[in-house]
Ligand binder design. Sequence first.
Ligand SMILES: [Zn+2]
Ligand SMILES: [Zn+2]
Length: 370
Amino acid sequence: MTPPVPKTTRAAVLREYGKPLSMEELPLPAELAPGSALVRLDRTTLCGTDAHLWRGGMPFVQLPIVLGHEMAGRVVALGAGADTDALGRPVATGTRLVWSEATCGRCHGCTVLREPVLCADRGYGFRQRADRSPFVTGGLAEYCYLPPGAGRLVIPDDLPDTWAAAAGCAGKTVVRAFDRAGGVPRGAVVVVQGAGPLGLFGTALARASGAGLVITIGGPSHRLALASRWGADVVISVDEVPEPGERVARVAALTGTRGADLVFDFAGGPTANYEGVLMCAQRGRYVVVGLAGADALAMPADVVMGRELQVLGSLNGDVSDLARSLRFLADGRDRFDWDAMFGAPVGLAGATAAFEDLTAIKAVIAPELG
Ligand SMILES: [Zn+2]
Ligand SMILES: [Zn+2]
């Protein structure tokens, strides 16, 4: 006998920036729209954007909301016509899913550019107020609503929930950034700015893609140690080398003054783009993924001109990037100990503490733990 479909869910709700999330029982949509689904969340991993938002770094976001946009869950109910995933594979009650943001399919980004990440009405996690239907599309809940138009993928049986969840933002963002860069030419010098989840996945992907020299810049030391394990030939600690100019000089020295063929900004921050461009070799590519912020040093455009650089932006990822990031995680499991990135799972009630405590490289929430 199928258990009854829940009408409400436990959720950790953000009502005031920087304050503890409030544990509440929120309504779930009474009717499931065609193409939608209701999912019981097995794992949610926290993204830097969630923490940034919680601290009040994105004050345009309307509260209350349920944070979390990296999650994996299993289907408890399906709307009409929602019985396959984005690749046509069957989806039924109990199927484990991961998904990308809903898109509208009728804007310039969707239709003319054919780029789901540029959709004018992209259903990104923090756009859903918790006091308006469908209430819960975020990951800090026991159940969540999966809107129509979200690119869903069945999680392969041998892929853990935690890895699949992390593919939902961090993984697909990195895969897309490499795609935007046009891939890694064999033997290329790659600089990765940042040693958080994006920088670490980026380090692994650079190594797996055939880079000749991988330099990862960031901190603190336990993250850099993991970067070394995942393929960085050299790590540069921003704590030990706090001067951007000195970091540029280090990269120059490591590359015989030539610089890097590819530099990925997975760090953001006020000096990242300035120093990142200076680290590029002639004809190098600089891929901007991090948020520089309002007080950022200007990118040196004369250097972009003089070295004939390409500067590319890369924004999150779509279902294609998600599919490829799941495959990368699966294919790389013997070479990279992905679990080393994740903290021990805690319940929803532990989410606030996870935002405050930055020890875990990626915090893991298991709603079943309370
Ligand atoms: Zn994210
Ligand atoms: Zn659109």
